[in-house]
Design a protein around this ligand. Sequence first.
Ligand code: OFO
Length: 164
Amino acid sequence: MLMDQKLLDLFQEQINKEFNSAYKYLGMAAYFQTTPFHGFATWMRHQTQEELEHGMKLFDYVHSRGHCVELLPIASTPTQYASAFEVFNGALAHEQFITRSINEMYRVALEAKDYAAQILLQWYIKEQVEEEKQVQEIIDQFEFAGDNMGNIIAIDHEAGKRRN
Ligand code: OFO
């Protein structure tokens, strides 16, 4: 069943946003690889993979609805940051932006009475709760650690245990 054009356009844009997210996290991984924080670099690499999966799930969905995806340009992304804290704050702001974007898609899917798309988008809505939560947890740990480098190294070590 073909999709409403307005909703399809949002799906096409969201595919681009997910691949841009992957690129953004890869830039963060690149930065961390130039620092002693290799645990954060590992964390960012896993996040990059996760974003590619988010993009591919939408890619497959658009095709399953009888359309062909548009692959829009990927923007360049920074690989230099002032601190680990700045990186994770940027990640949180980015995830909040993605949450708003998914919510808007859901609103349009409701408007279009596209029940199938609503079911798919519910997965993304749930996923965004997790995405924001996992970044917020690291920010909370930074706030608790303050300037204590030993504590920050411990956060990095813990982040490096991420496996998916
Ligand atoms: Fe795809 O959730 Fe993050 O950006």
